[in-house]
Design a protein around this ligand. Structure first.
Ligand SMILES: [Zn+2]
Length: 119
């Protein structure tokens, strides 16, 4: 099954993390929302995001492998097309603070990762 997903990632402490070529980013304690899509197996992709042990491939992997990440949950939109991924990112941008250039190297979005202190 293909589709679009939104991960919710809880970071327990303020943390400085090097995100590949983006460099060092200061992540504040709180909740992060990440939008992605899988064109073949969405469940397998989400399971991969939840695993700490993996080969780093995407920006998000630097965050999900961090020791201070407490919990990752996912909301799925089955059969949503890839374009919907960016529409979901735009919706999150209205509510939350973007981590600029994160996870969006192949589209024109400001970010696909957003920070929320409380919710
Ligand atoms: Zn996008």
């Amino acid at each position: 099954m293909k589709g679009v997903y939104i991960l919710k990632i809880i970071l327990k402490k303020n943390q400085e993390i090097i995100i590949g070529k983006l460099g060092k980013i200061n992540f504040k304690k709180g909740n992060y929302y990440y939008v992605g899509s899988s064109q073949n197996n969405i469940d397998k992709r989400i399971q991969r995001h939840k695993r700490k042990e993996k080969k780093i491939h995407w920006h998000i992997d630097y965050l999900t492998t961090n020791a201070q990440v407490e919990k990752i949950t996912a909301k799925k939109f089955i059969n949503y097309l890839k374009e919907k991924e960016c529409l979901e990112a735009k919706k999150l941008l209205k509510k939350y603070e973007p981590i600029k250039k994160f996870g969006c190297s192949d589209c024109k979005c400001i970010s696909h990762l957003f920070f929320s202190k409380n919710t």
